[in-house]
Design a protein around this ligand. Structure first.
Ligand code: URA
Length: 212
């Protein structure tokens, strides 16, 4: 997996406030949204475009526009929803699909419990958004699901990543010939015994939406 840790003072500043335990939910939601837009700028570096010519008031100019089929943005429920608006702000023509993932407590494997996605994703570029790449189990299962539907290019955007999650993704997809990219604001130290990223920012879903 090609990993990009975005190194930018605005990203670092917003992430620092997100990490702060004293940051309230409205501020957390707003900053997460702003941070995603900054990450999306980097994550869409490989978005497909087609060339065209437009008329300026002065002369014809060569340019590009997003190629069709348009990209698909897939938030992983629930916490990924907090990253959706930040993505669609930069990709207004993107379609949005939803993927609900839950850990099966007997097998400890991530399973899909809800999907709202096109049946056939052949030829689609997909942007998966999920704030925390912790063990990697959920993200790997989500990406496998998308590949099984035909997606041929997946970029994951995560606010934070743990080395364990990246190693797991590399192991699971070592033989894959399809491009997988990760764009994140920081690579943290490790996971703790509860599977939380350290130092992290706590439970992203709870901080976005409260403990429900
Ligand atoms: N999910 C979270 O919300 N936080 C973590 O630290 C790890 C997984």
């Amino acid at each position: 997996m090609e990993t990009l840790v975005v190194d930018h003072p605005l990203v670092a500043h917003k992430l620092t406030v997100l990490r702060d335990v004293n940051t309230d939910s409205p501020t957390f939601r707003r900053l997460a949204d702003e941070l995603v837009t900054l990450l999306a700028y980097e994550a869409t570096r490989h978005v497909r475009v087609t060339e065209l010519t437009v008329e300026t008031p002065v002369a014809p100019a060569r340019g590009v526009r997003l190629a069709q089929p348009y990209p698909l943005v897939v938030p992983i429920l629930r916490a990924g929803l907090g990253m959706l608006d930040g993505m669609t702000r930069l990709l207004p023509t993107a379609e949005v699909g939803f993927l609900g993932m839950v850990r099966n407590e007997s097998t400890l494997m991530a399973e899909t419990y809800a999907t709202r996605l096109p049946e056939d994703l052949s030829g689609r570029q997909v942007y998966v958004v999920d704030p925390m790449l912790a063990t990697g189990g959920t993200l790997a299962a989500a990406i496998q699901f998308l590949f099984d539907r035909g997606a041929d290019d997946v970029t994951a955007l995560c606010l934070l990543a743990a080395p364990e999650g990246i190693a797991y993704m590399d192991k699971v997809f070592s033989g894959s010939d399809k491009p997988i990219r990760l764009v994140t604001a920081a690579l943290d130290e490790r996971l703790n015994e509860h599977g939380y990223i350290v130092p992290g920012l706590g439970d992203a879903g709870d901080r976005l939406y409260g403990v429900v």
